[in-house]
Design a protein around this ligand. Structure first.
Ligand SMILES: Nc1ncnc2c1ncn2[C@@H]1O[C@H](COP(=O)(O)OP(=O)(O)OP(=O)(O)O)[C@@H](O)[C@H]1O
Ligand SMILES: [Mg+2]
Length: 455
């Protein structure tokens, strides 16, 4: 497929030198090498050219008829901050060349120089420039770039999810991942990418609810230099960065309808027009969407485009909440204890703690479980095991209520009530490390009553 990325890969070079013959020779060879070369014989011409066209690398002679090369360097950098500049100098002005590097030039070459040498330096300068551009865009997504967690779980609902992930990974169909907060939607998206044939190419994530509409649009699609005031340079969009890879659009339910329409077209044709551009840009991107909104309701309310919904909703994976896959809790807990011990000695869970973890409702799902374990690990200090007293109060309270409910419904109802109460009070007391004030609060009785019962 012929893509606009092909031309993005072509290095655009501006050579400014008044030695006509030399410049022509450079141009001929570098063009033959696949670069796009435009020449100017003086500073004035160079400045006029760069106002009309974007360049990646500038090659400037230090001695120009109308301006010193170093001054031209500064002017060019002002107009195009990301331009990398190589200075050409005679032996006499090597000092000036070195000074120019302090002022932002990438490198210098002394004349006469070989074309092959010039080619090498231009390529290096270009690599630096593209790397910087990518870093700028990716910085915003840096927190997402760590190595992904393995997808842990052997429960039936998670096995089902893993099966669907494997199926959809093999295709190019857009995937839609649904689920409460913290259920692992982003993790699932990464898993799809990693299992797909695109695994060696970029996985790029963007959160549609975190960004204002206009910023989201320029992040996704990029823009051309001069598209609006402040557009000083071409901006690569995430769609281009994700070319041949996967774009994960998180919180798609919060995306504005204008962008929905533009993205729908990308889904259907792989093409879009950037702000300030006249021609189409084509990309080959696999889409994964996620949301915890009810999209059909959003469509009914007129907030989500119906045509876009049908595209987004092509293959749905529903992630179960943690309370529906309690049997995975020991595996997950073990995984997080290992992860948070960061190579140090792994802590154990004291007897009784797993039951409390299993009994809790987990409104924040796996993320909350991870946070609870990390915090408890810290609170456990030098101890080798994590005890109930290291857990947050809401966990203990929730667990106590459930235990109370379960016991009374179980076959043990014949159990002597006094014995049951004793057992229960013991449990709560040990849960809070013997703290009677806390225990009384959890039990919903006064401290005095608790004391009398203990007696
Ligand atoms: N099955 C799992 N195995 C291992 N780690 C998991 C699992 N599910 C979730 N996690 C971890 O839990 C945390 C939250 O997961 P993730 O960010 O994917 O949730 P999310 O559904 O995208 O949440 P939100 O809707 O709040 O964005 C992450 O640290 C993730 O690695
Ligand atoms: Mg998420």
């Amino acid at each position: 497929m012929e893509t606009e990325l092909g031309s993005l890969g072509m290095i655009r070079v501006l050579i400014v030198d008044d030695e006509k013959q030399l410049v022509e020779a450079f141009k001929k060879q570098l063009t033959a090498d696949g670069m796009e070369v435009i020449t100017a014989s003086c500073a004035k011409e160079a400045l006029a050219t760069i106002k009309k066209k974007t360049f990646d690398v500038g090659v400037l002679d230090i001695k120009l008829p109308d301006l010193n090369g170093v001054e031209l360097l500064l002017k060019l950098k002002q107009l195009e901050p990301h331009l990398e500049v190589i200075m050409l100098t005679g032996f006499a002005s090597v000092d000036t060349a070195i000074r120019s590097m302090k002022l932002g030039a990438y490198d210098y070459l002394t004349k006469p120089c070989k074309i092959s040498e010039l080619h090498k330096v231009i390529t290096k300068a270009y690599e630096k420039k593209t790397l910087e551009e990518k870093t700028i865009v990716l910085k915003e997504h840096l927190h997402r770039l760590g190595p992904p967690d393995d997808f842990i779980g052997e429960s039936k609902p998670i096995k089902e999810v893993k099966k669907l992930i494997a199926i959809v990974a093999a295709s190019n169909v857009p995937a839609l991942i649904l689920g409460e907060t913290g259920t692992g939607k982003e993790l699932a998206a990464r898993a799809i990418h990693n299992l797909s044939p695109r695994a060696g190419n970029p996985f790029v994530a963007i959160n549609a609810s975190a960004l204002q509409e206009t910023i989201l649009e320029s992040e996704l699609f990029g823009y051309k230099k001069g598209a609006f005031t402040g557009a000083q340079d071409n901006k690569l969009g995430l769609l281009e960065i994700a070319h041949n890879g996967t774009l994960f659009v998180d919180e798609v339910g919060d995306m504005g309808q204008g962008i929905q329409a533009k993205l729908l077209r990308v889904l259907e044709t792989g093409a879009f027009i950037k702000l300030g551009d006249t021609k189409e840009t084509r990309v080959d991107v696999r889409f994964i969407f996620a949301t915890n909104k009810e999209l059909p309701q959003e469509v009914a309310a007129g907030r989500f485009r119906k045509d876009f919904f049908f595209r987004v909703n092509a293959f749905t994976i529903q992630l179960p909440p943690l309370r529906m896959k309690q049997e995975d809790i020991p595996l997950l807990a073990d995984h997080f204890l290992e992860k948070f011990s960061r190579g140090g000695k792994k802590k154990r869970l004291a007897p009784g703690t797993l039951e409390v973890l299993a009994a809790y409702e987990w409104p924040g799902n796996v993320r909350e479980l991870a946070n609870v374990l990390e915090r408890s690990m810290l609170l456990s200090g030098p101890r080798k095991e994590i005890r109930l007293e290291d857990f947050p109060e809401e966990l203990l309270a929730g667990a106590c209520q459930i235990k109370k409910g379960k016991k009374s419904k179980s076959s043990e109802t014949v159990l002597n009530l006094t014995r049951l109460e004793e057992e229960y009070i013991e449990k709560v007391l040990s849960a809070v490390g013997g703290n009677k004030t806390k225990a009384a609060r959890l039990l919903g009785i006064t401290r005095a009553t608790l004391y009398s019962k203990i007696r």
